[in-house]
Ligand binder design. Structure first.
Ligand code: AHR
Length: 657
């Protein structure tokens, strides 16, 4: 191979290799958002989802959800009423199952909080217990002082054991009636020790990737199966207790339970997404609904203009509204986008900037781009995209717009809508491809012939499928990951048009997933990166600053004989970085002529992922079975001689002038 060190080409976008976050596979509640209590406010459609009366309710006369004089009538009207049964002998109270159990760690502290109001009788308090799988007590605290007014009570429980599937039990002290609401058990140890913070091991895995951007909140949940189930960012900010939960779009695809139990609590809402982006050094990339529900489902469309009569939140209005009665028009979606930019970037004196400041972040989040629709296409998309884009660009000309494209990995680069988006001078087109592993190797040249001068590409969702897209049998094998690595040589080589890329989906709970494969897997305590995670990480940590031309042996096409390569220069470190994929069962010696280099270091550094078995996977038991291994190698003159391991992805770094 020859790498033209003296002919640096296109600059690598500093946002390259980012993250796609969607609340699928329990990625938010039961995952990144570490609230341990499920359905803490009794606001889900099945009001008692996640709760159970102790002893089958034998010691309670009343175990019912009511909504008169709740703690917050508009957004959190429901609460639980309990009345003890006269003469009953056993414990009267309730327990919460958590998200497939609750993960607690020995010595760690958990903040219990709840609202209580005493009714007739003498229920003066309750005892909260973290209960282990064998019924043992892992932590206990008594709370007292209930009055006949709603009041919040807090206490801290310290766990004496480490368990993945504990649960919370609340036993009433005394007899009579008590009302309870917003029952929360939240780990004190969160990312940056924030009270409503995120799970530390999962944020660490994200941060370790040095992601260029964070795309949120999806994915299909942006659209919803119907418009009333779309994601509405204004309902996800402000007081956490006033965020109204909504059935998760992925609940229907749930493979482990027959009754609905997957909601979005929105405890992880837009403010928290912006804060997470800042914490991990990623540019925020919110994807907004453009007035269209998922075209695979209802395909419901918002009428053009201002046709809405029932209304939703207008500019300056904070109150969330009932998801089901909403009847939005396109102008509302446009207004939501304009308000979001003000929420992220506006001065504290502005309506929405003030709300950001009130949540503890007076400084702007410096939002630079938004996505207009997720995975949408056709004339209805264009009809809505045009006024949407016009309004946003008129007010915020410096905000880049990421336009949507229909998923069609095997079709032409663009559908009709995308061609028109080019004419409309869209900044980015968001392409998605979920396809079998061999498709990724066969399409490493996908962007070599892409027209220059038009919209850039955001490869916004991609993942090699070991079986078939949508198959629950898909696994995160090395075959998938190495094929993605091969494909990504083409993303890197075409840095002049490919500006951003992200694998999807990001997270999956091992006990509660709907989609495979996924980048990072976790249970209630532990997590691990798949081989694809380490491929993404190697690209992100070695993305360099400018592309260097690579000529393959004998002038062959990249990918011939299952050898794939790309190269960049990394100006701050003064190194040449070469990425090589050997998709073959034999070791492959390569000689790389670093042409035009004025001086080369004597020692280079290699990071290698390799496995003889293409079916290798990582797991909770073997989290790093396949992860990059570091080594050094000696340079001889201007030729780099290296033997690539069978089935390997290798990143070579050589100091070069
Ligand atoms: O990543 C899973 C889903 O795949 C996303 O929600 C959607 O955009 C795509 O169809």
């Amino acid at each position: 191979l020859t790498v033209q060190v003296n002919k640096p080409g296109a600059a690598v976008n500093k946002n390259m290799y980012g993250l796609f976050f969607e609340d699928i596979n329990f990625a938010a509640d039961g995952g990144l958002y570490p609230e341990l209590v499920k359905n803490k406010s009794f606001e889900t459609d099945a009001r008692l989802m996640g709760w159970r009366a102790l002893g089958g309710g034998a010691n309670l006369d009343t175990y019912a959800v009511r909504n008169e004089q709740g703690i917050n009538n508009q957004n959190n009207s429901h609460y639980l009423r309990l009345t003890t049964r006269n003469g009953a002998g056993g414990e009267a109270g309730i327990e919460n199952e958590g998200f497939r159990g609750m993960g607690v760690k020995q010595g760690s502290e958990y903040k219990l909080s709840f609202y209580a109001r005493r009714g007739a009788g003498d229920v003066g308090g309750l005892t909260a217990t973290i209960v282990g799988q064998r019924g043992e007590t892992l932590g206990q605290v008594a709370v007292s002082g209930f009055t006949n007014e709603w009041k919040q009570y807090t206490a801290v429980l310290k766990s004496t054991g480490t368990q993945n599937k504990a649960h919370l039990k609340l036993v009433l002290s005394g007899t009579g009636t008590v009302d309870l609401d917003v029952v929360s058990l939240f780990p004190k140890d969160t990312w940056n020790q924030r009270p409503n913070g995120l799970r530390t091991d999962l944020v660490q895995l994200l941060k370790d990737m040095k992601p260029g951007f964070l795309r949120f909140p999806g994915g299909c949940i942006v659209e919803g199966r119907t418009l009333s189930e779309r994601y509405q960012w204004k309902e996800t900010i402000g007081d956490v207790t006033a965020r109204l939960p909504m059935i998760n779009r992925w609940n229907m695809e749930f493979r482990h339970r027959s009754t609905p139990d997957y909601y979005q609590s929105f405890g992880l809402g837009f403010f928290e997404y912006f804060q997470l982006s800042e914490d991990i050094g990623a540019e925020p990339l919110p994807i907004l609904n453009v007035g269209m529900a998922c075209q695979y489902n209802s395909g419901e469309l918002a009428p053009m203009g201002t046709a809405s009569t029932k209304g939703g939140p207008n500019a300056g209005e904070t109150a969330p509204h009932n998801h089901a009665t909403d009847d939005p028009s396109l102008d509302m979606f446009i207004q939501d986008a304009l308000d979001l930019i003000e929420f992220a970037n506006g001065p504290v004196s502005s309506t929405w900037g003030a709300k950001r400041a009130a949540m503890g972040h007076p400084a702007p989040f410096n939002l630079k781009m938004i996505g207009v629709g997720n995975e949408q296409w056709g004339p209805q998309y264009l009809e809505r995209y045009v006024p949407f884009a016009k309004a946003v660009k008129a007010k915020y000309p410096n905000i880049d717009l990421v336009s949507s494209a229909g998923p069609s990995p095997d079709g032409e680069l663009f559908d009709t809508a995308s061609k028109r988006l080019g004419e409309l001078k869209a900044d980015y087109i968001d392409e998605h491809y979920y396809a079998k592993a061999d498709w990724f190797r066969a399409h490493a040249d996908r962007y070599d012939k892409y027209a220059r001068g038009g919209p850039k590409i955001f490869a916004g969702e991609y993942a090699a499928q070991s079986v078939n897209t949508g198959s629950p049998e898909n696994k995160n094998t090395w075959d998938c990951a190495i094929s993605e690595a091969a494909f990504m040589t083409g993303l890197e080589r075409n840095a002049d048009v490919v500006g951003m890329a992200s694998y999807a989906p990001l997270f999956a709970n091992v006990d509660a997933w709907q989609w495979t494969p996924d980048l990072i897997w976790f249970d209630n305590l532990n997590s691990y990166g798949s081989p694809s995670y380490y491929v993404q990480k190697l690209y992100a940590l070695n993305k360099g600053t400018k592309v260097l031309p690579v000529t393959m042996p004998g002038g062959a096409k990249n990918g011939t004989d299952n050898l794939f390569a790309s190269a960049v220069t990394d100006e701050p470190t003064g190194e040449v970085v070469v990425k090589l994929v050997n998709y073959s069962t034999s070791p492959r010696p390569v000689s790389i002529n670093l042409a035009g280099a004025k001086g080369l270091g004597k020692t280079g550094r290699a990071q290698t992922m390799a496995s003889d078995d293409l079916q290798t996977q990582n797991s909770l038991k073997e989290p790093k079975k396949l992860a990059p291994q570091e080594s050094t190698f000696a340079m001889k003159g201007s030729t780099l001689s290296y033997t690539l391991a069978p089935n390997s992805f290798t990143v070579l770094r050589v100091p070069a002038k």
